[in-house]
Design a protein around this ligand. Sequence first.
Ligand SMILES: [Zn+2]
Length: 514
Amino acid sequence: MSGNFGELRTNHLHSGLDFRTQGVSGKKLLSIGDGYISRILITHGSGHMLHVRYNNGYTAIYRHLSGFVSPIAERAENYQYENETWEVSIIPDSTEYLVHAGQQIAWSGNTGYSFGPHLHMDLFETESGDYVDALPFYKHLIKDTRAPVIQGIMFFPQPGQGVVNGRENRQTFIPAQMKSVEAWGVIGVGIKANDYMDETNGRFGVYIVSLSVGGKEVFRSVVDRFSANESRMIYSWTQNTYMKSFIEPGNKLRMLQAFNDKNGLITIDEERNYQFNYVLKDLYGNTSKYQFVVRGKPRSIVQPDYTGKYYLKQGKVNSISEPGLELHIPKESLYDNVLLNYNVRIDSGAIANTYQLNNELIPLHTYADLYIGVRNNIVTDTTKYYIARIGKNGQTAFLGGTYDNGFIKTRVRELSSFTVQADTISPKITAVNPGQWRNTGNVIFKIEEKETDISSYRGTIDGKYVPFGLEIMTNRIIYRVNPLKVKKRTGHTIQLVVTDKCGNQGTITMDAVL
Ligand SMILES: [Zn+2]
């Protein structure tokens, strides 16, 4: 394996298992039980995908496939030609594609957002839709005698309520350094750890993390199930790659449990040693233990300046209204209260001001409505404007937006720095080795679109639609020639039109022998 269930990823919990395929595509994917194919999908993100609804109450999703087998392959291809779209979504009925254990259903691959050939398999309970761990079904086939490894501890002194080593900010320690930690007031702790297995160099998520203080368990995470909606709550559960051993008020991940009256936060209010004990387990029962002492030592706790610009409350509707800026955050968006370090940067020549809502990114669970005013109309076509998020190093990310009465409006799912930019540059299209298309059977174009992103594309051969597909990892658009649709070894006129997210179009028209 190369990935396990619930592993921490940047903005989600990994929902399935990743199986290695010896570095190649085209391994036979066999059904693991009796059931039927309940969904046939081709997407840009997950490539070729199949859902198989098994008779035992579970449904599997297989992603990044290189192709389907007959007759599913033909069904998907016909859909592409009929609907004039690369992306496919077919929901067959329960009698159309019955499968039995051991039957081949597809070929493994490396399509979509994938960093190398592998098979991704999700398993969800058909009835609840909850993702669950498929590893128990494979456990007997995999060897694992290695226990999780603890790499660091993070302290989270709570704003205005606690300090660690005399400081109000978060602090990390590697296990060997954890000699003398002093604290006072309300603090949280978190742990960084990975699990390992025999015979594979992968790093995996940890199944169970349990924290006890003074012999009493205060927190436990058991990575056994989550819904698609809960997956984003990783933003609240983790800080970088540290898993918090307390639960923020807006975090509804069912895998986390706290057993004290402070959702896992610890109150240090006596001058004595507090014994912290972590126990980590993997699915095979391999166990690691780690303990450290926090010394209670009275300290004054500095109160944050709540009279400053914006103190946003979790569980409430929050709004920000400034010249050139409106932000409306719904009730269920914030995971915790947050004091923003709001700031505006005014550049008189720019399209709009740059609004720093907070210098450190604050994730939102549901979208907030953001409006930014246009100060300098540098283009007459207002569809070219979009809201951009400005990263720490000045890099920008496209967030979309529509023009309305002097403002650009979009939805955001994090609080960060934002401004308005314009994209008037068309995607650039280049043919890749057209002299080889005839031999390889692949018509390949490379797309360059720096400002925003590709929104849509359409390719034709001799004026007729053919299903070109976008490879998001390489920004190439490829048509694999089907000789039943396109006559081989003769000249053809090939056209590709690519549109970016601000409506700028690039077109290439060329003749080639296929
Ligand atoms: Zn995966």
